[in-house]
Design a protein around this ligand. Structure first.
Ligand code: NI
Length: 157
């Protein structure tokens, strides 16, 4: 869990600075009409944080195995209206939500990391797995935004 927390701290520390090298156009331009802009991808990461924060909290006291509810990522990005928001607002939201997540996962007692959850009709996974997956999903999209290579991702570990 320490490695995951360090990694999240590294990203919320370095990503805002990385965006400073980009123009407003680069941040808000959609590569195709149906594709997300970089700002919307970051918005999608906020939605992932909102939904996962909820899961990381609820799984700790609800009855086991905890049932995960999926969310429609396309509707979420659209209805949240990230594309119309000032970029700083989306960036600050992403940083704040991840600080909350770090705080919650830091306080999860070790034995609770083995708690089980799953989507309907799917195999069960542990809370630990869910948290690891949250980080991997974030890194997948950061890579997409910055076209970062594996080398860059490794550099932070
Ligand atoms: Ni995604």
């Amino acid at each position: 869990m320490h490695r995951i927390i360090d990694q999240l701290l590294f990203w919320i520390d370095s990503i805002p600075g990385e965006f400073r090298h980009m123009s407003e156009l680069e941040i808000s331009q959609r590569p195709a009409p149906q594709k997300w802009s970089k700002k919307e991808i970051l918005g999608h990461l906020c939605d992932s944080a909102i939904n996962n924060l909820d899961r990381f909290i609820n799984i700790q006291y609800e009855k086991q195995p905890f049932l995960l509810t999926p969310y429609d990522q396309v509707y979420w990005v659209k209805i949240q209206g990230y594309q119309e928001l000032p970029f700083d607002e989306v960036m600050n939201l992403w940083v704040s939500l991840n600080k909350k997540i770090i705080n919650v996962i830091k306080n999860i007692p070790n034995e609770k990391l083995a708690l089980q959850c799953g989507f309907e009709n799917n195999q069960l996974i542990t809370l630990q797995w869910l948290i690891q997956d949250y980080l991997e999903h974030m890194e997948h999209h950061l890579k997409q935004i910055f076209k970062m290579n594996e080398q860059f991702l490794k550099f932070s570990q």
